[in-house]
Design a protein around this ligand. Sequence first.
Ligand SMILES: *[C@@H]1O[C@H](CO)[C@@H](O)[C@H](O)[C@H]1NC(C)=O
Ligand SMILES: CC(=O)N[C@H]1CO[C@H](CO)[C@@H](O)[C@@H]1O
Length: 555
Amino acid sequence: MVALFLAILSALLTPTLSAPAGISIPHVDPSKILCRLPILQNIWITCPSNGKAALNRQTSLGTANGVEDPNGAYRFAVRYGNAARFQPSSVVTSWDLPNGSNNASALPLACPQPDIDASAYSEDCLSMILYVPPSLTVTSQAPTLVWIHGGSFIVGSSSGAGLDGSKLAIATNSIVAVIQYRLGAPGFLAPNGQTNLAVKDVVTGLNFLKKVLPYFGGSPSKVTLAGQSAGANMIRALLAVPSASSLFRSAILQSDPMNFGFLSPTTYSALKNDFVSRTGCSATDNACLNGLSVAALISASMATFNAGLSISPAAGQAQPIRPVLDGSYIAAPLDSTGTFPPQTKPLLITTVAQEAGWAIYKSFSDPLPEFALPSVCEFSLGSDRTATVLNQQLYQPIPNAGGDPDARAQLQLIGTDQLWKCSGWTFTRSWVQNGGTAYVGQYVVGSTYPGNELVPFCTQSGVVCHQDDIQIVFGTVENPTSAQSALITETQSRYKNFLANGNPNPSGLSAWPAATSSNVHPKLLGGTGEATVGACDPSFWGSSVQYDYQYYHNY
Ligand SMILES: *[C@@H]1O[C@H](CO)[C@@H](O)[C@H](O)[C@H]1NC(C)=O
Ligand SMILES: CC(=O)N[C@H]1CO[C@H](CO)[C@@H](O)[C@@H]1O
């Protein structure tokens, strides 16, 4: 079929050839020939040349204009959704570049957020960037990886450092879509009580992809979600939305702070009311709320973020503004505080070796004497949990060749275990017990993410801080070491297999066993063998010492 098709095509392109009897050749500009494949009657593409598909595509929503990314993939920035302030988003009805731009090379403006210039963000920010391997054709039925960025639900964008999906797309022979969603209060604390708007934004993006993927060679039924930190937390929320289940078939959660459950309705209301009071508007005064400048919105949102812990200890410090268990859209907590629903999807659940390193060594730039440890611990854990944690054999002072034990080492270990590692393993056990499949990994090789170099601890050899896995996955490490290159190749090969069939075990690589409910088999990524269990034993974290979602369950 393909050979015949190519023969007809080359005939069309050869001006000297006359048409076979009975076939009339329309007069066309050879560079702009549109092909309609007989097996997909409604799909038109610009004909491939030199084995590469054309840059611009006809989609059901209009012409998609792309550019060649410097790293080799075709890149399409596009607005996927429209939303009025504090209202749910809807899928676009025409193909448009982000934010009203007419420049196909321009990247989308970010969603409103602190610490960047106002010219770099817009409320019209429901955009994504598609990275398409040039080898894909309209019949490829390739998988798609949808990347959800992190940033504590208050910062980040699809053009963040290291997120060029070009190399990942080519290595996995998949489409990579890097999506933006509303941040801070506009995404999570709408005064009118519309809940989880940012989660719904991602669903709008998935519905957009379902419509357009076939025009790029992607199969709408082969979508995998992947995200890091708050992006992984977003995926955990989506796993709890029954109506989103048909939009993806597997997911990759990197460094999800699983110690934090979804907000309870009570905590959510307290945060929302705090935000409303800081706008100076009443919750029902739409004229006032719609009249607020974007800068005023960000400032009120950040004031609520910074006050989160004092508004409710259940909000926690790291990402107090987050999805809420509203009971209608998000139906289950996906933790031990409610019935864990039956599962079928395969997951990859990874953490990095020193998740808490950045936060601890940023807060304490000098060694911390042991006598200070209990009060620092109590600040986050309260006194009863602190007492149990500090009695745990595994959290005793860590010998320090340079002098007295430095309590930062213990804090780092405790923080990593509580917020990410052990809580992730607890989630994994529940996932597996309820019918899902999961593979657990721990990065012991990373690449210092921009910003982490400000904390010298994170740049030490053998230390992998939060976010240091991102450029490994994307293959965007500058001047990689041989260990980094090897891990990039391995990770992308495992992702390719996982995207194709839900299993990160391509032939030729060491086995990555699936987690069971008694042994999560945490594979060292960049090392050999499995991570040590330490305090991530089911009898310690989650039972002797509760996670925040258990400890503050009644808030
Ligand atoms: C289009 O956007 C790119 C990337 O931002 C920029 O370098 C280029 O100058 C823009 N072109 C025009 C015509 O504005
Ligand atoms: C580059 C660009 O088109 N920016 C526009 C994005 O949208 C906002 C409105 O939300 C406009 O004010 C910007 O000019």
